[in-house]
Ligand binder design. Structure first.
Ligand code: ZN
Length: 415
């Protein structure tokens, strides 16, 4: 059995975010309570209690705290509750998350006793990475959203808006399958959902979405678009306004950075001593990240689009390392240091394999763009700027990429 782990960013709304943050903080609070108890116990008795005892002890503590806080909070406003630190109850946080927090803390001590790791540290509210556990039977995925317990268990229609949290990547996590060890993570200021799926369940799931065995697609991949042999054109993000806007800003900030660098060089100062330069560099990185994220997102969306067409085979042009580098260089030259072209191909192969779509690579010498898809005539003097393929023999006029994709499909059929 092989486990696939998915980590997908989620976009909680304000209400959901406060609830998630509360769960995260309450789990840390739980860690502190259990930590103190175990720490004391170990110092006095020189051994570790059983997990059941710790759990039982914590449940009692929790009930006492819940009861106390409810009594203390009667008649107080929300503000007063926060000011007087009376918010010590646990009842509005998922029991499973707390149970797991107790278990995690216990295990960290157990590892110390088994001499696997050092004496554990307390978790901190200031940690860069925080997470809490979700019961796998209480989590629900749709193609676009995820439903979590206690963050979203409202039955009322008017409150259903907080029931589901949007996923940043559509259809990445398989639905209707068994999930293992799901967790909600906060890293920096971004929220993620992490979940594992076993390949056995996954294969079972795969069978539900049947592939069309008659459907074979040739795909012509360009920097600006992807064209399939049934003339579906998928525009890439590099042609969109949103991308151009950020790219423009990125270039501007980059120019500013190089200007600042020149000044530093003239004054013979060191880069690491110039706060101004480092600040600017941060800005450049911010926009570079934005561009990269757009490209990565685009790649994922394109592949999802292709998978949703449900072909049984996909034929692509073989590109060797040199060709791919040439394509990638178009990005690298712009200062966006990622290789989206090879990334797209690799990811395409990986994800199509997972779903069971076969990938056929046309041989290197196969003239997919020079050949006429109607009569088979080969046009030698085809330049890159010709967007329309015009056949001198049969008079066919066709979009260049569409022609290439039909040829790729025919390549697979003739084999
Ligand atoms: Zn022709």
């Amino acid at each position: 059995m092989y486990m696939y782990t998915y980590k997908v960013m989620i976009h909680p709304n304000n209400k959901q975010e406060t609830k998630i943050r509360r769960s995260l903080n309450k789990c840390i609070e739980c860690n502190h309570i259990v930590y103190d108890y175990l720490d004391n116990f170990i110092k006095q008795n020189k051994n570790i209690p059983s997990i059941y005892d710790v759990r039982r002890w914590f449940t009692v503590q929790k009930e006492i705290k819940d009861h106390e806080t409810i009594n203390k909070r009667i008649g107080l406003t929300k503000k007063e509750v926060i000011e007087n630190h009376l918010d010590t109850c646990f009842y509005d946080v998922s029991n499973d998350a707390l149970k797991q927090a107790v278990k995690d803390t216990y295990n960290s001590f157990l590892r110390y006793f088994k001499k696997i790791s050092k004496y554990p540290n307390k978790k901190s509210f200031k940690d860069y990475k925080k997470s809490f556990y979700v019961d796998p039977y209480k989590i629900e995925f749709t193609d676009k959203k995820v439903k979590l317990e206690k963050i979203s268990n409202s039955q009322k229609k008017s409150r259903r808006i907080i029931n589901y949290i949007s996923l940043a990547e559509r259809e990445r996590i398989p639905t209707n399958t068994k999930y293992y060890n799901p967790r909600v993570e906060l890293i920096g200021d971004k929220f993620y959902i992490v979940v594992s799926v076993s390949d056995e369940d996954y294969l079972g799931n795969k069978k539900k979405k049947e592939l069309d065995s008659e459907k074979i697609f040739g795909i012509d991949i360009n920097i600006n678009s992807i064209v399939t042999s049934d003339n579906t054109k998928i525009e890439r993000v590099t042609t969109k306004d949103k991308y151009h806007k950020i790219e423009k800003r990125f270039k501007k900030e980059q120019e500013k950075l190089s200007h600042k660098y020149e000044i530093l060089k003239k004054e013979k100062r060191k880069i690491r001593n110039s706060k101004n330069y480092l600040k600017q560099k941060k800005k450049v990185n911010k926009y570079r990240n934005k561009l990269n994220n757009l490209i990565n997102n685009d790649i994922n969306e394109i592949i999802t689009d292709i998978i949703n067409l449900r072909p049984s085979k996909v034929v692509i042009e073989t590109l060797d390392v040199k060709d791919m580098k040439e394509q990638d260089n178009k990005y690298i030259r712009k200062g966006i240091q990622k290789n989206p072209f090879s990334k797209l191909l690799n990811k395409l192969k990986e994800r199509l394999n997972k779903v069971g779509i076969e990938i056929v690579e046309a041989l290197k010498w196969y003239p997919s763009s020079k050949k006429c898809s109607n009569c088979g005539n080969i046009k030698e003097d085809l330049s890159l700027s010709d967007r329309i393929y015009h056949c001198p023999k049969c008079g066919l006029e066709i979009d260049r990429d569409y022609n290439a994709s039909i040829n790729l499909k025919n390549y697979c059929l003739s084999k």
